[in-house]
Design a protein around this ligand. Sequence first.
Ligand code: ADP
Length: 237
Amino acid sequence: MTVPAAAPPPVVEVRDVVKSYAGEVHALRGVSLTVTAGELLAIVGPSGSGKSTLLQVIGTLDAPTAGTVRVAGYDVGRLSDDRLSALRARHIGFVFQHFHLAPGRDAVDNVADGLLYAGVPRRERRARARSALERVRLGHRLGHRPAQLSGGEKQRVAIARALVGEPDLLLADEPTGALDTASGEVVMELLHELNAAGTTICVITHDQGIAESLPRRVRVRDGRIVEDSAAREVGSR
Ligand code: ADP
């Protein structure tokens, strides 16, 4: 008996999201955004436009004041804290501008930590960390600590950590912001390559050049989406 397969839900579905601080600062003023599997997009805008807030909301690190957020089909607002942590561990990988690596631990341990909350035994965590590091072409740096790595290499370790759990979504917040131009290019090439292999990636950036290099651009200004290259019409809410 064959059961027709249902279409998979979008990886991210944000609907009418408002985020206000202290009832006064309106960081997001009604944002709707759908990201489907396999996309590589930039969320681009000037400083203060609401990009980081949108990343926090999509990444389930912060709850919206109003509106709904679905990740991998789950309505995030309906999940308990425990289920939310589990959802984050299983479905979302994060990459930050300043890497956030543990200084006293080598590359393998830093990457293996990406599986800490996924209930994977230590030996398997380390084996998977080694293959993730090979994927980002750091197979020759497995035992290096962050201080022994260049900025670009640190960011590649951070990308391996984000990917080791095979998340549905990689959220990268200014991933080249702390890198020189050449290392930044290597990191962006890597993101393109990972996307070509199937990872859905959302890059938050203020850099127009980076945004232009990605297949889809969502422009944010004053807490609203003012342009989405994937939409036929420019929507402001
Ligand atoms: P971007 O990432 O584009 O620089 P943010 O999302 O960080 O923008 O900020 C959008 C607006 O929300 C800014 O006016 C910022 O000052 C404000 N904001 C962000 N986080 C907080 C917070 N925790 N408390 C109060 N205001 C905040």
